[in-house]
Structures are given as structure tokens and as C-alpha cells.
Design a protein around this ligand. Sequence first.
Ligand code: MN
Ligand code: MN
Length: 459
Amino acid sequence: MYKKVAWEKYDENQLKTVMEFSEGYKEYITKGKTERACVKESVALAEANGYVNLDTKIKNKETLKVGDKVYATNMDKNVVTFVIGKQSIEKGLRILGAHIDSPRLDLKQNPLYESEGFALVDTHYYGGVKKYQWVTLPLSLHGVVFKKDGTRVDIVIGEDDSDPVVGISDLLIHLSADQMQKPGAKIIEGEDLDVTMGSIPLKGEEKNAVKANILKMLKEKYDFEEEDFVSAEIEVVPSGKARDYGLDRSMVMGYGHDDRVCAYASLLACLNSGANEYTSCAILVDKEEVGSIGATGAQSMWFENVVAEMLSLMGNDSHLTIRRALANSKMLSSDVSAGFDPLYAGVNERKNSAFLGQGICFNKYTGSRGKGGCNDANPEYIAELRKIMDEANINYQTAELGKVDQGGGGTIAYILGNYGMNVIDAGVAVLNMHAPWEVISKVDLYEAYLAYKVFLEKA
Ligand code: MN
Ligand code: MN
């Protein structure tokens, strides 16, 4: 199959548009380092584009009309946007679904301790990480603390230039004779991913004086106590901004491209849509990296409930209508693909690999070991998408996640597929996936945005 480099399609003026689009994205992931932060940024973008909170419509018992733009959130960790289409919702939605959780280190509930003059916090890693990648990096703390009286304290430490950063130490090479003999999975062990918080003892304190000093600072600056860590959600992530990568600025290096790159492109595609034939939808979910489970994962009833609420406002919320609305829907599971890395060519089968710069990537299936756990998209559906993409001059490629039996992975595709709708994975190729700093191509981001938009318009 002939694959085209998307850069070649654009003239100088259009290239400016491609580059400018990535500026908004860089800002989105620089601010959106947690799922909660992504929801906040997404809601701000939606409201700036005239979207109204669905709860307001429900409270005022307002009906929904063609062209209405609404959004809903779930526990500050999911957000969904809709543009009401010309056809009734019963005829189906056109859904873009991405996830906004990314691999990271979470503070344990009882995290803080002192050892040999250092105050440290214990973490439990979230999602699939190569643990050795997370040491000797500037890290930042992002999250929320809820006190017993319900007060919420927001925390971002380590992003402002005037902020301190935190980090995890690693053994000096001079004394690593034993460590260097260990297999990669054991070089740094999960229980050793402890983050250094400080080293000055509190004057007059005899025991654990360094820890006491850190607690005193947290009390003074954020007004919470050690016990309040129990009801906190604090994520340790790489400190710093998303930046242009490569001398030609063709790529972006940033934390959390998986899957905020598809989340941003999906959200913008929906926000920039007018009333299409069918109701347009972009849904951003949590917990994909740990199995999409629970109230904020893709397996939650939340999305179905939101659709039911919308149908109720339109006077037709029978169970059958909701079932039909979901079964008649079509979806792009907007998630990232493994970008072909010339340094590690051996893990891919070249003609079924995703290349940076060749546009949005469709994965008919994901899964591992004989397609285990995959959503296998129907060729009828793929044929329809090919036609739409070709007519809109979208650069697209197809791939699977590495060689057969090399590994694999999953997405949220099969979960929405459970409703009986057509779903295929479609997203941006990423280098260094799940590393603290991942890399994407700006032109793939833009092609994904265009592909998502034309999907909402034409599918
Ligand atoms: Mn993903
Ligand atoms: Mn992932």
C-alpha cells in the first residue's frame, strides 16, 4: 500500500495552520497534567465556544433543539460534549471517544516518612510504566486534597519557574555493579519509586524533624494536615511544558500524549462543528490505563445516563429509544498508536505499522496474543470510512500494535462496541509511549483533527 507523508500535502500558508493548531494543544497538555485538569481545560474551551452545561438545561426543563451545544461532566474526571443533529438521537450519534488519564505515580494514602535526613513520599504507579524511566527527572505534584469538612485544596507544585521540583533518586553508576546485572523490570522496583520532599529539620523537633518541617510548610501554604492525605488524590508527573521537538519543529515532546492528543483533537472537532446530520459527540474518559473500570471509566453507566437525560429533555426516553440511539451510533475510538521507531524496527511488521507524519492511523483491531481482548472493526464500516477520508483528502494509514506475539494493548473501543455500534480505533502515532516524555508529529495531530471533524459531518 502506498503511504503518503502528510507534510507534502500542505503549502506554506496551510503549514502555518498546522503549526498553530499544535500551539493550542501544547497549552492544553501543559495545563492538563491530570484527568481533573483536562476536564477543567475542556469545560473552559467548551464554554468559550458557547456550550451550556446539560445540568442547567435539565434544571430549567429546557428542550434540546437542532444545533444546541451542551456538555456534561462526571466527578470532575469525565467530560462529554454534544452538538444536537438534524436527525433524532434515536437514529444514532457520531461519537469520538478518548481517554484523559495517563501513566504516572500516585501518592499512597499514608505517604510521608523520614529516612536518614530526607523526607520522602511513597507512591504506587498508575498504568504501564518502565519504572527505570521515572528516576532522576524533575517531577511535579498535581492534585486535590479534601478535608473532613469538605473543603477542597488544589495543589500544583513544580510547574511555575519559581516553584521547586521534586524527584526520585537513582544509584550512582560507580556503585551500580549489582543493579546493572538486573533485568529491566527490576532495575528500579515499584516500592523504590519514593519521591524526595525535603531535607531541612524543624528546629526544636527531636524525632522526624525533616518530615515535621514539610508538614509545617504544607499546613502554612495549603492548610492541610498529615491525616488529610487519606482523602487526597495527588499525582506525581514530569515537570515542565510540552515543547517543540526536532530542529524543524515538526513534533511535540510532552507528557501524556497518550491519550490527550486524541482527546484534544476529538474535543476541538466537536467544538468546531455546527449542526451535522447526526448528533455529534466527543467523550473524554478516565481509567483507560487501568482497565476502564469504575464510575469514571468507559465501562461506567454514566455516558448512557447522559444520553437518556438528553432523550428525556426531547420527550422520548423509553428504554427502547436509548437502546436504539446507542446501537445506531458510530464511533471512532480516538486512541494513540505505536509509532514506528527506526531504533527499534524489529518489534514491528513494517507494512502494518504506524509512521509519524503519515496522518491519522486506523487500527482495525488491538489486543494481544491472537487478538485477545480486541475490538475487531467490521470491514463494512471501514469501507465507509475509507470513502469519507478519501473524499476529504485526509492522510490516513492503517496499523496494528507491533509484530504478532510481540506484546499488544487495548483501548475503550470494545466497551462502546458492547452497545452494538460500529467502532474502530483511530488516532495519532506516538513515540516513547508511556514514557515520561512522549513524542507526536504535529501534522498527525492536525490530520486527526480533520479526520474527526469530517467523521462527525459525513459518517
Ligand atoms: Mn491510550
Ligand atoms: Mn496507554
